[in-house]
Design a protein around this ligand. Structure first.
Ligand SMILES: [Zn+2]
Length: 98
């Protein structure tokens, strides 16, 4: 289930403030949250969905709690750009900024 709503936009706004860069998508146990400004039929939207689906696979592989714990630990240790979970997801998309 893809969540795209004004409430989801507020969550992404909060994530963007914490991350200090624009967050257009976020993987939840229910499915990806995608900002309403993203047209899911566009190349950007399809690329973002592919990226978030890799995170969904990672969450399934690791389990929800371990995924989020690993994500936060990797972010702290490697930084967002270089963290292995992001690199794995980034390989699935042509959009390196995700
Ligand atoms: Zn990602």
């Amino acid at each position: 289930m893809i969540l795209q709503s004004r409430l989801a936009d507020r969550w992404l706004w909060a994530c963007s403030r914490l991350a200090r860069f624009d967050v257009a998508g976020f993987q939840t146990p229910l499915g990806p949250i995608i900002h309403t400004r993203i047209d899911l039929a566009s190349t950007e939207g399809q690329s973002l969905l592919a990226h978030e689906m890799v995170h969904a696979e990672q969450m399934k592989r690791l389990g929800r709690l371990r995924f989020y714990a690993t994500y936060l630990a990797q972010w702290q240790r490697h930084g967002y750009r270089d963290m292995p979970l992001q690199e794995e997801a980034r390989r699935s998309t042509s959009r390196p900024q995700l």
